[in-house]
Design a protein around this ligand. Structure first.
Ligand code: NAD
Length: 429
């Protein structure tokens, strides 16, 4: 069975080789033997993913090996302790991990963040967690650039994107600005030969989207759009199970994403301005996430759409907080869709659903099985079968498929409190 394609293109120069690794027994008195490790290298960043087979019990340090193991979480630890522990887990089918050889090469990736707002800060945290550097930040105003530079610990803060794009010290650019800026900025980034992660929605029009795709594909650079829902381990699990044929033929999908941020007539944000946010607020803000999620899970593209969109408040209190303005916001959308290979779908997206806080649910029905994944309870997957008891699969590396296991950086017991502990601690130093 071929493995699922990665959710975004990996670096060129990727190399995969199988290499025997000897292990010489562990502190636990583990047996001698040989572990077969798959090394997935990325020449540029020198990332190595190592997966041990079932015979691995302990991997000792070897001459010439890197001194530091870097887990995909960005955690570093001296070898061989962590490596041994991880190989032990991998051997029990519980982990896949990455090491950097050497670690310093990872930290040489230098990023620029354009648009240090809500999501820009999340990107900043992720860049640090990956061990890369935030070299530059581009903001709308000088004051914003100064503040963000300080907060992100960046070398430079500026309002001049072109200056950052001509800076040889920038490898990758994170475009986190409002929607209407995605196309011109991404085009400039790709033309400058930088790797790019662009926030969703891709662009405001199909023509712009096609143009960006063409540029990205000919650029030879790594390019991705911020469709983060793919990275829930159990979303990967749905993808793997559909791919593996567990469900049989996929018959239909019902999916929804609901929130209440635009429920009231005095709720306002830039997304309601079609010049900045695009023509439909529900589709550009949450709907594109849902469409990406279902097409990713089903592994097929949508070919036909019948859409019904509703503007709940044609008049809203506008950006000044006082004056009412006319809006054709389309805060609610219902889509009937057909996929290329015959699957049918009903998708609902609403930003006017009282009490809902970015709640996702996706139900996939197949001829053999059905699966339901939902968030915020994102760590459980319902598996429905006729003629035998239904199951709940939890986010545990021992229970999920190999491909989905790659997306479990944290162990099964990881909760928000772990990360928050250290964030709060550092904030008080
Ligand atoms: N993937 C996700 O789940 C997710 C979540 C939230 C937002 N987003 C996307 O991220 C983008 C930003 O959303 P947000 O919520 O962070 O918005 P935001 O308003 O909080 O932040 C936008 C930032 O861009 C800055 N900016 C505006 N014009 C600029 C310019 N010309 N040059 C540099 N900076 C400029 C603003 O000053 C602000 O700091 C949107 O496209 C949105 O759809 C994605």
């Amino acid at each position: 069975m071929p493995r699922a394609p990665p959710p975004f293109e990996r670096a060129r120069g990727r190399q995969t080789r199988r290499r025997p690794v000897e292990h010489k027994g562990g502190k636990d008195g583990g047996t001698l033997g040989e572990a077969q490790c798959e090394l997935v290298g990325n020449q540029r960043h020198q990332l190595l993913a190592v997966r041990a087979d079932d015979s691995a019990r302990y991997l000792g340090g070897r001459r010439g090996r890197p001194k530091t193991a870097v887990l995909r979480s960005g955690m570093r630890a001296p070898l061989p302790g962590v490596l041994a522990a991880q190989v032990w887990r991998a051997a029990r089918g519980q982990a896949r991990f990455m090491i950097a050889a050497p670690w310093q090469r990872v930290s040489r990736v230098r990023a620029a963040i354009v648009g240090p707002g809500g999501i820009g800060r999340i990107h900043a945290e992720a860049i640090r967690r990956a061990g890369a550097q935030i070299h530059a930040v581009v903001a709308r105003t000088d004051a914003g650039a100064r503040t963000a530079r300080e907060q992100f610990g960046a070398e430079r803060g500026t309002t001049d994107l072109s200056a950052v794009l001509s800076d040889p010290d920038v490898d990758v650019v994170h475009v986190c600005t409002p929607n209407a800026l995605h196309f011109p900025m991404a085009r400039a980034v790709l033309s400058a030969g930088k790797h790019i992660i662009l926030e969703k929605p891709l662009t405001l029009t199909v023509a712009e989207g096609r143009e960006l795709l063409r540029l990205a594909e000919t650029s030879g650079r790594i390019h991705a759009v911020g469709f983060n829902n793919r990275f829930y381990p159990l979303v990967q699990e749905v993808r793997e199970r559909v791919r593996r044929g567990d469900l049989g033929d996929v018959i239909s999908v019902r999916a929804a994403v609901l929130e209440d941020g635009l429920l009231h007539a005095d709720d306002w944000n830039w997304r309601l301005d079609p010049q900045i946010g695009g023509p439909s607020v529900a589709l550009s803000t949450i709907g594109c996430h849902l469409i990406d999620l279902v097409t990713f899970m089903v592994g097929d593209a949508i070919s036909e759409v019948c859409a019904d969109l509703r503007t709940v408040h044609p008049r809203r209190i506008g950006p000044d907080g006082r004056r009412a303005v006319e809006v054709d916001g389309q805060e609610v959308a219902h889509l009937l869709v057909r996929f290329r290979q015959g699957c049918r779908g009903a998708l609902a997206m609403s930003q006017a659903s009282a009490g809902r806080r970015y709640e996702y649910s996706v139900e996939v029905d197949g001829t053999q099985q059905a699966l339901t994944w939902a968030a915020p309870d994102c760590n459980e997957l319902w598996v429905g079968t006729r003629g035998s008891p239904n199951q709940i699969v939890v986010r545990d590396p021992a229970l999920i498929t190999e491909g989905a296991r790659d997306y479990l950086t944290y162990g099964p017991a990881f909760r928000e409190g772990f990360g928050e502990t250290f964030l709060q601690f550092i904030a008080h130093v």
